[in-house]
Design a protein around this ligand. Sequence first.
Ligand code: NAD
Length: 494
Amino acid sequence: MKMRKEQVFERAKKGQLWAGNLIANYPENSDKLENRTPIDNSLIGYIADGCAADINAAVKVARATFKDGSWSGLSPQERKLVMLKWAQLIDTHSEELAALDCIDAGKPITECLNTDLPATIETFYWYAEAIDKLFGKVAPTSQQELGLIVHEPIGVVGAVLPWNFPAQMFAWKVAPALAVGNSVIVKPAELTSLSAYRLVELAYEAGIPKGALSLVCGLGEKVGEALGRHDDVDVVSFTGSTDVGRLFLKYSAESNLKEIVLECGGKSPQLVFDDADIDAAVPHIMAAAFWNMSENCSCGSRLIVHESIQQPLLEKLTHAVKAWKVGNPTDPEVSIGPMVEKAHFDKVKSFLDITQKEGGRLVTGGKIHSELGSGWYIEPTIFEGITPKMSLFQQEVFGPILAVTTFKTDDEAVELANDTHYGLAASFYSQNIHRVMNIARRINAGTVSVNGFSEGNIATPFGGFRQSGFGGKDNGLEAFEQYTQIKVIWFVHH
Ligand code: NAD
């Protein structure tokens, strides 16, 4: 049944939203965790408190399904038709899914409706359409031999998701992994499991065999670790913090050497050169810095600006920031909702004090809207005078605090841009084509955007250099590499 966003919000008020485990032929886990919305910290329902036994059951059925061929054995054309049906169902239910992400993560409803869900749906269509257009290779050989290089599904895939783009991150991992024929076990972030639950229900409705797709909800230390350490999981694809990403490498090393793919944090620079079209750049700088409350891995949280244009640029940004309304994210006019949870709010807030103590100068913002709902609402904030040694320059805040640093020369700008352990994304603004070509090559980042903030689109691979990523890319045809293994089949005839 199609649900309007008002109905979702109504059910949230009554505490009726639920995300349980979905594992074929296995009883529902009766342990549950409270689910509270960051909007006002009220109880909106419960999620399953999954455990290692649930992961064991999910892996068992995933392996059995992979072996019986009910999904892995279908032709690409057959899988494509089911995946397309799933994409259509998601499209039909997009308002409900958008509302679930809004209430669960505190994301602005307008963004969920106009950005997250369209991107989610596009991802499912894109991978469904791609799957019957993938070819292997034939090796150069003598006439007596034939060498085939084929890509096979890897087997059992674990997808461990973050809370900042719940439906979209589900799509980025699950669509390519399932499309190539794997069995997939999804572990959503414990803060945002609601849309994942509905997406898996819709998958079953579309005809994806239950054994090929399971959902196990619950805490990272229990469910995530059990998945990471399981000896019969072939790959874990993880998106989340760099610290937890590291743990997955450890889990793999201490278990079966499963493949690990990590999409982790960032501290992405935005460089503004003295020849930039400032008026055109301002909306992009704002989006890079503050979109999704800056709870965005590719957030452009460091503004590195030529000293000659710092003042005019900061004046324009200070003006632009006022147009970003802070408030209840179910209000379509709101651009900045609450931080996702109290612990995260406290961490982000601490950067306001730390930065002032370390010598950063407040340009605008810095206010906590304690009068709003949960009180975890932070005004978009800009600090100038930030140097590479300061915490705000180096650490991922994941909240709406922009660090401004000035430079004199292009070399200095590039050095500043590269002066962190991260390397996820970068944007820069210049109208000089020679400068553009030169700088783009010198920045250590998986995605470098010129004269705009962008992460590319579903056709372009996404992932970070250095401590922002490991082992593979999401999006594009490159995502299939995470979920397939290469086999050589060698024929000899006499
Ligand atoms: P997180 O690392 O806290 O959690 C991510 C997932 O790991 C969750 O499902 C969580 O339950 C699980 N987890 C937590 N502790 C675990 C443990 N000990 N063992 C196993 N699993 C565990 O990240 P988050 O706070 O949900 O997300 C924010 C982070 O994600 C930011 O650092 C952000 O930059 C990053 N991120 C990166 C990308 C990207 O594509 N590079 C995209 C979105 C978010």
